[in-house]
Design a protein around this ligand. Structure first.
Ligand code: SF4
Length: 343
């Protein structure tokens, strides 16, 4: 199998780009495309939705005034290195800031990659685990980053064993792209390392286009589901990738077919140099409303916005109910309005 692409020269050599204007992009943001993703890209299609997610573009140097380096406000909620404690009952544990791929729309693009925040040192990891142990209100630990599944099974097992010793932690959740972009990494050793005695493991799988569900990715998801890991989805609504109802419907159905419960559909964050990926919230609302009538309730994601400044997530799906004082108007998926309770 060919090597991962990490430089402009390698992009040009693989026929994925002519490289024009990309040296300045590469100097600022990491490049990473795994062989599995390279194989998925249709080089004959200038608008290929897989290429758009991973192949750098000179448009990334165009920053708009509303964009910010820390769009979801991680840093303002970080009591110790590697921990983000935004909500009382859960924390993010960012053990590593490396990913197997570097998504061009990444909300943490200023923090990930070789120039990013790196991997927690042993004392930093000790302090992060001690923080979790000292806060009895923490019910859930979310390993994110970066992509935590770039860690070896041995290191993941070590983290899980340390979390297993903390009684008040009941749920450990991993946020990852690995099952889709590097499915061969998800072997039996990795699946076993994700579990710990007395804890329930969830894994949020990041995928944005139905073509990402290759036979290898489907097999990796099956190994996780068969191994007792509960699977939920996360996707980003992206202009030119999945901003039409057919693609979104196929994506959500692919998740469900692979035992991944659709969870979050994120409105793109205000990360620097990503305006070419952003669509309007009204467009997003129309798309999720159209999904309602089109696919099973089981396949519906929740459309969310991370409020800039670290204020957490808000559901932003089209308002389907209005009124009050015991008399409401409910809107169906075709826009029809109905009184509730009925007259
Ligand atoms: S895998 Fe996640 S953290 Fe890594 S570049 Fe993509 S969106 Fe960012």
């Amino acid at each position: 199998m060919s090597a991962a692409i990490k430089t402009v020269e390698a992009l040009v050599e693989a026929g994925l780009s002519n490289g024009r204007g990309l040296d300045a992009v590469a100097a600022r943001y990491a490049i990473g495309i795994t062989p599995a993703v390279t194989a998925l890209i249709d080089v004959a299609d200038p608008d290929d939705p897989i290429a758009r997610q991973f192949v750098p573009d000179a448009a990334e140097l165009v920053a708009t005034p509303e964009e910010r380096a820390d769009p979801i406000g991680d840093l303002s909620h970080s009591p110790v290195e590697g921990i983000v404690h935004r909500y009382p009952d859960r924390v993010l544990l960012k053990a590593v800031h490396v990913c197997p791929v570097y998504c061009r729309f990444c909300f943490r693009r200023e923090m990930v990659g070789p120039q990013g925040l790196g991997t927690l040192t042993a004392p930093e990891l000790d302090a992060a685990i001690a923080y979790i142990a000292d806060h009895a209100e923490i019910w859930e630990v979310i390993l994110t980053g970066g992509d935590p599944l770039v860690l070896s099974p041995r290191r993941l097992r070590d983290i899980m064993e340390r979390l297993a010793n903390i009684d008040h932690v009941k749920i450990v959740r991993f946020h990852t792209r690995v099952p889709v972009v590097e499915p061969e990494r998800v072997d039996g050793d990795m699946v076993a390392a994700l579990k710990a005695s007395g804890k329930t493991t969830y894994l949020a799988v990041h995928a944005n286009h139905p073509r990402e569900f290759t036979p290898e990715a489907r097999a990796a998801l099956a190994r996780l589901a068969d191994g007792g890991v509960a699977l939920v989805s996360q996707s980003v609504l992206l202009k030119g990738v999945n901003d039409d109802v057919e693609t979104l419907a196929d994506l959500m159905k692919a998740f469900v077919e692979n035992r991944v419960k659709p969870y979050y559909l994120h409105h793109p964050d205000l990360a620097p140099g990503t305006s070419h990926f952003r669509l309007g919230i009204e467009e997003g609302q129309q798309l999720v409303t159209a999904l309602r009538g089109r696919i099973s309730g089981l396949a519906q994601p929740t459309y969310v916005l991370d409020i800039p400044g670290g204020h957490g997530k808000a559901e932003i799906g089209a308002r389907a109910i209005s009124g009050g004082d015991g008399c409401f108007t409910v809107r169906d998926w075709q826009g029809g309005e109905h009184r509730y309770p009925p007259e």
